[in-house]
Design a protein around this ligand. Structure first.
Ligand code: PMV
Length: 411
């Protein structure tokens, strides 16, 4: 049996993709840009194996076997077509994948998942890119945002012009080392699968929202340029304001959809108000929300402790501390002077992840394989006893997602 194991990070778009130019190719109506988060916190890990004896291609996600979705089959056939050793690539594969965070809850799990699948299959089959970004073209077929998860730092996914989608690919604009002060606090408001999948949501928005038409033509092209310039100049105030405006406009297009799509919850809106109050007359933090109620807050390290303490004060958990971090911060709840009147909303933010800007997808050593090489099946049969548990800080903070487990692959 041959195996390859990879990890891929999640990424958070700060100018968002919403709407497909070509559904079959999975090309977008507009270019988008994102920040890659630290894979030590929020990542997919995938082992792929091939063996002439396998009789079918099979997938296990978070320990449970799932039907192989069409998107994954498209990824497999696109990579088979460019594999150097066709007899190897023709063999069936077994795929074992785990997420270190709730699947399909608007935390870009499909981005990490498909980027990881592409990276692992490319490693298994010895595929080298013929041009920069070729693997991101394949990842895009799995999930649009996955195109941006192969690389670290600040990444742009170009809309592309060609009919065949071959230039709709992602490129790194700045590496993860470019802005060491930048960090993110991910607030997990919900760990349930979202109501409206991004694929069906963006179809309805593209069909019914005039605001989306305006946005893709008249707002995003210039905003992407300004965002890139702000990131390269490490101009936090501009970066943050554009991030918030873009998130708000994306959710406005969702509301402009008929019937409307509502991804934000009361807790999301409480976080928006909290950030604006925290900012006062300046800009110290920015929020952004994808297709779900979870907030991702960007800020510079100098403000991290104050904001995290405030968040822990406003959104306490009855089950104890619920922070997972790769940066040195104390998980102490504290409101600054003047915030005595702020509303306390208990047990509504289930988890905080504190992350720096992260690197791209990586190949892991064989010891980190998720596959039992004797059986070609997962080492762990259920994610209930899987890697989700040991790194959790604060017992019941992240519920185990079961029914939602393969929803993200199905879309
Ligand atoms: O790649 P998808 O189909 O999961 O869509 C992603 C859509 C957003 O997360 C809302 C925006 C983005 O650019 O990541």
């Amino acid at each position: 049996m041959r195996t390859a194991t990879c990890a891929a990070p999640t990424n958070i778009a700060v100018v968002k993709y919403w709407g497909k130019a070509d559904a079959a190719l999975n090309t977008p109506l507009n270019s988008s840009v994102s920040v890659t988060l630290d894979a030590a916190l929020l990542a997919a890990t995938t082992t792929v194996a091939s063996n002439p004896g396998f009789s079918a291609t099979r997938l296990w996600l978070n320990g449970e076997e799932c039907p192989v979705p069409n998107r994954a089959l498209s990824v497999l056939s696109a990579l088979r077509a460019i594999a150097p050793d066709q007899s190897l690539a023709r063999q069936h594969v077994h795929i074992v994948s785990e997420n270190s965070f709730p699947t399909a809850a608007g935390l870009a799990s499909s981005a990490a998942g498909y980027a990881c699948l592409v990276k692992a299959l490319a490693e298994l089959w010895g595929i080298k890119e013929q041009f920069p970004g070729q693997l991101s073209v394949v990842a895009r077929m799995g999930s649009g945002s996955a195109s941006r998860s192969l690389q670290g730092g600040f990444v742009r996914w170009n809309k592309g012009e060609r009919e065949d989608g071959s230039d709709s690919l992602a490129e790194q604009i700045a590496s993860e080392a470019h802005w060491p002060e930048l960090c993110a606090v991910v607030c997990v408001v919900s760990d349930q699968a979202k109501d409206t999948s991004s694929t069906s949501g963006m179809q309805t928005t593209a069909a019914t929202s005039e605001l989306l038409r305006y946005r893709t033509r008249h707002v995003v092209p210039e905003r992407v340029e300004r965002m890139e310039a702000a990131y390269l100049a490490r101009d936090f105030a501009t970066f943050a304001k554009l991030t918030m405006q873009d998130s708000n406009q994306f959710h406005a297009t969702c509301l402009d959809t008929y019937p409307p799509i509502m991804y934000l919850s009361d807790v999301s809106r409480a976080i928006i108000r909290l950030v604006h109050r925290f900012n006062g007359d300046g800009v110290r933090a920015a929020y952004t929300f994808d297709a779900g109620p979870n907030a991702v807050l960007f800020l510079e390290r100098q403000h991290l402790q104050e904001l995290l303490s405030l968040l822990l004060h406003c959104f306490p958990s009855s089950t104890g501390v619920h922070v997972k971090t790769t940066l040195p911060v104390d998980a102490v709840a504290k409101a600054p002077r003047g915030w005595e009147d702020v509303a306390i909303v208990r047990d509504c933010v289930k988890m905080f992840y504190v992350s720096g800007v992260g690197g791209g997808a990586t190949v892991l050593p064989p010891e980190q394989s998720l596959m039992d090489e004797a059986t070609g099946q997962p080492l762990r049969v259920s994610h209930r006893s899987s890697s989700l548990q040991p790194w959790m800080v604060g017992a019941s903070a992240v519920a185990v997602v079961s029914a939602a487990a393969f929803a993200v692959w199905k879309r």
